[in-house]
Design a protein around this ligand. Structure first.
Ligand code: FAD
Length: 384
C-alpha cells in the first residue's frame, strides 16, 4: 500500500508529520486490546498510519480508569519535584492540543495554590516550580501564574479557610470531561477506520500475533496490549513475560453537593502530598488518594478514604463538609510503573515493550495519550 504525504493518504505515525515525505508502507492487521484513552489513541494513530485496526474492549469504551481521573489536562506540577521534566513538558504540550481540538469538552482552568503557615513548601519554592512549569509550556502556555496576598486570594475563593493563610498563587491547567472527551476521541478513531468491539474480553494472546476471543483464535500481524491496569495480567495468563512490574494504586474522589467558585490545589496537612478541590459540573470534586490495591476486586472509595478527603477539604475550606454532603464517589486504579516505595513519588512515565508480535504499553497519563499513541504506532512499524 502506498501512503503519501500529498493528500493521497494518511501520513505515517502521526498528526504533525512532515507532509512532503512519501513513504511506502505495508498495511498491517493490528488488534488493539483496551478501550481506555491510551487504547483509543493508539488505535487512532495506527489507523492514521494506514493500518487496518480492530479494537477490543471487554466492557464499554472509557468504562475503567479513563473515566475515573481527576479530570485535569496537565503537565503535573508536582512531577517537577520528581525531576520528570520530559513528561511534564509532554503533558503541557498535549493539554493545549486537547483544548484546541475539543473546546466543548476541555477548557483552561485557573487553580489557586494557597500558602499557609503550616505549608511545607515556602512561597519561593512554589514560585520556582510555577516558573519552570510556565517555561516548559513554551508557546502553549494557558496563562502566567501570579502571587496574590491573603485578601486578594479570599476574594477569588471566599470559602478558603482564612486561619494561617499567608497568600498564594494562581496558575493555569486544563479541565476536561474525561469520559465524554475519550468518547469524542473514539469517534474520531472510528472515522479514521478503527473497528471498535465492546463487550469483547480477550482471553489471551500469543506472541506470534494470535488473539483468543470466545474460545477461538484470530491471527493478526501485530497485537497491541493497552489494557491499562490489566496489561501485565493479560501477559501473565498468556504465558508471556512482562519486563516491567505495574504498581496498582487506587485513587478515589468525592463529589460534594455544593458549587465551587474556584479550584484549589493544596498540601494535605502533615504530608508532602497534594490534593485538589475543584469545580465540577456545578458541584465540588475532591481528590485524590493513593492506596495500593490488587486486581481481584473493583476499585471503590473506602470509608477511610472518604474521611481522609473530607478532613483535607475541611482543613482548607471554611464551610465544612460531612458525609451527608457527599453525593457520589468514584475510584480508579493508576497503572504506575513500579519505581518507588511511596506511590506519590512513583514515576508517571510510560514504557512500550515488545514480545514477538505483541507490543505492550505500561503506565501513561490521560493527558499524554495522544503522544503515547504516536509512539505505539512508530514502535509497531519499527518492529516489522
Ligand atoms: C485517581 C486517578 C486520577 C487521575 N487523574 C488524572 C488526571 O487528572 N489527568 C491525567 O492526565 N491522568 C490522570 N490519571 C491517569 C489516567 O487516568 C490513566 O493513566 C489513564 O486513564 C489510563 O488509561 P488506559 O487506557 O491505559 O487504561 P484504562 O482506562 O483502564 O483502559 C484499559 C481498558 O482495557 C480493558 N481491558 C482490560 N483487560 C482486557 C481484556 N482482556 N480484553 C479487553 N479489554 C480489556 C479495560 O476494561 C479498560 O477499559 C488518573 C488516574 C487515576 C486512577
Amino acid at each position: 500500500m502506498q501512503l503519501a504525504g500529498h493528500g493521497l493518504g494518511p501520513v505515517l505515525n502521526g498528526y504533525d508529520a512532515p507532509m512532503s515525505r512519501a513513504v511506502t508502507v505495508q498495511a498491517l492487521r493490528v488488534a488493539v486490546i483496551g478501550g481506555g484513552i491510551n487504547g483509543v489513541m493508539s488505535a487512532w494513530a495506527l489507523a492514521k498510519a494506514g493500518h487496518s485496526v480492530e479494537l477490543y474492549e471487554r466492557g464499554t469504551l472509557m468504562g475503567a480508569t479513563s473515566s475515573a481521573s481527576t479530570k485535569l489536562l496537565h503537565g503535573g506540577l508536582r512531577y517537577l519535584e520528581n525531576m520528570e521534566f520530559r513528561l511534564v513538558q509532554e503533558g503541557l504540550r498535549e493539554r493545549a492540543w486537547w483544548i484546541g481540538q475539543a473546546p466543548h469538552l476541555a477548557h483552561p482552568l485557573e487553580i489557586i495554590l494557597p500558602v499557609y503557615d503550616w505549608s511545607r513548601r515556602p512561597p519561593w519554592m512554589v514560585r520556582i516550580g510555577l516558573g519552570m512549569y510556565h517555561w516548559l509550556s513554551g508557546d502553549r502556555s494557558l496563562g502566567k501564574h501570579r502571587w496574590h496576598d491573603r485578601d486578594a486570594l479570599l476574594r477569588l475563593q471566599p470559602d478558603l479557610a482564612p486561619e494561617g493563610l499567608r497568600g498564594g498563587f494562581t496558575f493555569w491547567d486544563g479541565q476536561m470531561d474525561d469520559r465524554a472527551l475519550g468518547l469524542w476521541a473514539a469517534e474520531r478513531a472510528r472515522e479514521a477506520g478503527v473497528r471498535m468491539h465492546e463487550n469483547a474480553p480477550v482471553e489471551r494472546i500469543d506472541a506470534d500475533g494470535g488473539l483468543w476471543l470466545s474460545g477461538s483464535r484470530t491471527a493478526f500481524d501485530r497485537v497491541v496490549n493497552v489494557a491499562g491496569p490489566w496489561a501485565c495480567e493479560l501477559l501473565r495468563v498468556s504465558g508471556i513475560a512482562c519486563a516491567h512490574t505495574l504498581d496498582l494504586v487506587r485513587g478515589s474522589h468525592l463529589i460534594l453537593d455544593r458549587p465551587c467558585p474556584a479550584g484549589v490545589l493544596a498540601e494535605v496537612q502533615g504530608e508532602r502530598r497534594i490534593a485538589f478541590v475543584l469545580p465540577w459540573q456545578g458541584r465540588t470534586l475532591v481528590g485524590t488518594t493513593e492506596e495500593r490495591q490488587a486486581l481481584d476486586h473493583e476499585p471503590r472509595c473506602s470509608d477511610a478514604e472518604r474521611e481522609y478527603m473530607l478532613a483535607f477539604h475541611n482543613r482548607i475550606m471554611r464551610t465544612p463538609a460531612g458525609v451527608s454532603d457527599v453525593v457520589s464517589t468514584f475510584a480508579g486504579l493508576r497503572p504506575l510503573l513500579r519505581s518507588a516505595a511511596d506511590p506519590s513519588r512513583a514515576t508517571r512515565e510510560y514504557v512500550i515493550e515488545a514480545q514477538g508480535r505483541v507490543t505492550t504499553v505500561l503506565g501513561g497519563k490521560w493527558t499524554t495519550a495522544r503522544a503515547l499513541g504516536e509512539q505505539v504506532a512508530a514502535r509497531v512499524l519499527k518492529g516489522r
